[in-house]
Design a protein around this ligand. Structure first.
Ligand code: SF4
Length: 347
């Protein structure tokens, strides 16, 4: 049940919006993909789209150097579309969620090809692009084109669940939170509104310790009035992540190079370079190494993926074989984090 019914929002919506937009005008975070609030310049949709894809499940400090690197190397969507898949995957290494990198390239190629390098300016047309979901389409439509779009990410869900003291736990509350967030969107500065809510969630209405005394909308916040703002959003307890096990083999040639393989396009880390590994299964494996060598046990590493945790036993040896051989210093930059950890372990 929502503590505040939707029709009750109307009387104070404009005051709440004015307070938050005023706060945003004064306090907006300076971000490399963003135009200053109220500025009469249209933000480049390529930069907005790229930043939004990078920021899904990644923090601003972590994504920023990647964004700067990408936009320096590939300043337009046409430049990005022309990149070889392997180069893009290497540049993406460390950002995680590699399916997003493949979708990024597919989308860039669709915009550069079918659309002559011009991003569509409506939510519906953005949604038709490969790999562009509801959130990204709304964010690009609002931020780059000032369209009246309802942009709802985790930050916005948290802020809205507190403003309205929503008692339904996540994830069941998502449709309700979306409706409530939509009730606050108007045709007045929709791009700034979306970014103001995101900033409020990131800097003031933080997950663990909301700074309500600094909050521009505390006057209208039901969770603040309840005295327990951090109680929201309520969450259904998650089942523990299952654990899988595997072995990674670090084979060095004695000349500073390490043996890598190209992973199959399908499945986790598809298309990426990786260390040779066994399958990742629910029982500790006894898989045979990829080549005969004097293998020594270098310990184990843990890594957390979205749907499971992985314990990788790391085996190291010197030897030769039919692999992709890469200088180890380069491999440490190009490999996904899980393999970097294994390589570090085998030092
Ligand atoms: Fe969040 Fe507190 Fe502001 Fe409510 S008053 S929106 S809980 S920071």
């Amino acid at each position: 049940m929502t503590a505040v019914a939707l029709h009750q929002v109307a009387p104070y919506r404009d005051a709440l919006r004015a307070a938050l937009l005023g706060w945003y005008d004064a306090q907006a975070r300076t971000l490399p993909w963003r135009a200053p609030p109220g500025a009469n310049v249209r933000t480049d949709p390529y930069r907005v789209w790229l930043s939004e894809v990078m920021l899904q499940q990644t923090t601003v400090p972590h994504a920023t150097p990647y964004f700067l690197d990408f936009t320096e190397r590939w300043p337009t969507v046409g430049d990005l579309a022309a990149v070889a898949d392997a180069d893009l995957m290497a540049a993406w290494a460390g950002l995680g969620y590699y399916a997003r990198a493949r979708n990024l390239l597919a989308c860039a190629r669709a915009v550069a090809g079918r659309r002559g390098g011009v991003f569509p300016d409506t939510e519906a047309d953005l949604l038709a692009l490969p790999g562009v979901g509801v959130y990204t389409a709304a964010a690009v439509a609002a931020i780059a084109f000032d369209r009246e779009a309802n942009v709802v990410d985790g930050n916005v869900e948290r802020v809205v669940s507190r403003l309205f003291a929503v008692e339904t736990p996540l994830p069941a509350s998502r449709p309700e939170l979306r409706t409530l967030a939509g009730s606050l969107v108007t045709a007045n500065r929709p791009g700034d509104w979306a970014q103001a809510l995101m900033d409020l969630g990131a800097t003031v209405c933080r997950p663990r310790s909301p700074a309500c005394l600094l909050c521009p909308v505390s006057e209208w916040c039901a969770a603040y009035r309840s005295g327990q703002p951090e109680r929201y959003p309520l969450k259904t307890k998650k089942a523990d992540r299952p654990r899988r096990f595997g072995t990674a083999w670090v084979l060095r040639d004695g000349e500073g190079r390490v043996a890598l393989v190209q992973r199959s396009d399908k499945g986790l880390l598809g298309g990426m370079l990786g260390l040779p590994t066994s399958d990742w299964t629910t029982t500790p494996p006894g898989a045979a190494p990829p080549v005969a060598a004097d293998w020594r046990d270098a310990g184990a590493i843990d890594h957390v993926f979205t749907h499971f945790s992985l314990t990788l036993s790391v085996q190291a040896a010197e030897g030769r074989g039919d692999f992709i051989w890469m200088p180890e210093v380069e491999a440490l930059k190009a490999l996904p984090t899980v393999f970097r950890k294994a390589l570090e372990k085998a030092k």
